[in-house]
Design a protein around this ligand. Structure first.
Ligand code: NAD
Ligand code: ZN
Length: 248
């Protein structure tokens, strides 16, 4: 792919770069985005009807089982070339912040260091009542496992529709967007707030905004550069075009 020389120049000189990723960044690892239809057992449900406090209150076991199924899917996948290209980029840029809406932990697995997981991490579990974190829980075939401390129900440590984002992470993400000279929006449909507002915050402060997505999004008209295709292909090519093959 040919990248505009302006973009190459901006990136070569950039001291501060911030990146926002969404479910599309994990698509090539084999994880479904929310916009793909669900498969098998879960085809009859919309994610919006499972990933909410109301859904958990109504039928905790159904929600627990959906997350258990997604957790299993994640255990079998690996980061893709796009995740690794972002690690390469972090190695080149003095101040680099990666903000993700993904809960799959693949950026950390790939080696990204300055990472803000805005929507939590599906591999962690906490008590819905007292908030205590746990890494182990009992048998969940019959019912949702309970907190050892207060007997509250355990739930995934993710942000559900209608819940607030973790304040410290959100604040850091907004600051990183405002300070960025180049801001990337990658594999996110740009409709989930407030993460989608980050690109606008960056743009308002004068950042060059770059989108990489399988298809145009509501953000596309507001970007300086938009590349439509797979992030696992475009990102490694871009990193190679800017910094060469293996110069660290
Ligand atoms: P989304 O499902 O709304 O949008 C995904 C976007 O990725 C779409 O715009 C699509 O065009 C694009 N895309 C698909 N494949 C791509 C590829 N190979 N390369 C580049 N782009 C690609 O997801 P979202 O914007 O992240 O927001 C929805 C919510 O979904 C978030 O809250 C997130 O937490 C949650 N979610 C997370 C995961 C995960 O952790 N892997 C998976 C599904 C949903
Ligand atoms: Zn508890």
């Amino acid at each position: 792919m040919d990248f505009p020389s302006d973009l190459i120049r901006f990136l070569t000189k950039a001291e501060r770069v911030s990146v926002l990723t969404g479910a599309g960044a994990s698509q090539e690892s084999g994880l479904r985005t929310f916009r793909d239809s669900q498969s098998g057992l879960w085809a009859q449900y919309r994610p919006e009807d499972l990933a909410s406090p109301e859904a958990f209150a109504r039928d905790p076991k159904l929600v627990w089982d959906w997350y258990a199924w997604r957790r299993e899917a994640i255990k079998g996948v690996r980061p893709n070339a796009g995740h690794y290209a972002l690690v390469e980029m972090e190695n080149k840029i003095p101040t680099f912040t990666l903000v993700t809406q993904n809960v799959d932990g693949l950026h950390r697995f790939a080696g990204s260091r300055n990472l803000l997981e805005l929507h939590g991490n599906i591999l962690r579990v906490r008590c819905a009542n007292c908030g205590t974190f746990t890494e182990t829980w009992g048998d969940d075939t019959e019912s949702v496992p309970k907190c050892e401390r207060c007997s509250g129900l355990l739930r995934p440590d993710v942000v559900w529709f209608g819940e607030a984002l973790p304040r410290a992470e959100l604040e850091s993400a907004v600051n990183a967007a405002r300070e960025a000279q180049v801001f990337f929006s990658i594999g996110t449909s740009g409709v989930v707030q407030p993460a989608a507002a980050l690109a606008h915050a960056a743009r308002n402060k004068g950042a060059v905004v770059v989108e990489i997505n399988a298809e145009p999004t509501p953000l596309t008209p507001k970007t300086d550069f938009a590349f439509h295709g797979k992030s696992g292909e475009i990102l490694p090519e871009l990193v190679k075009a800017v910094w060469g093959n293996n110069s660290r």
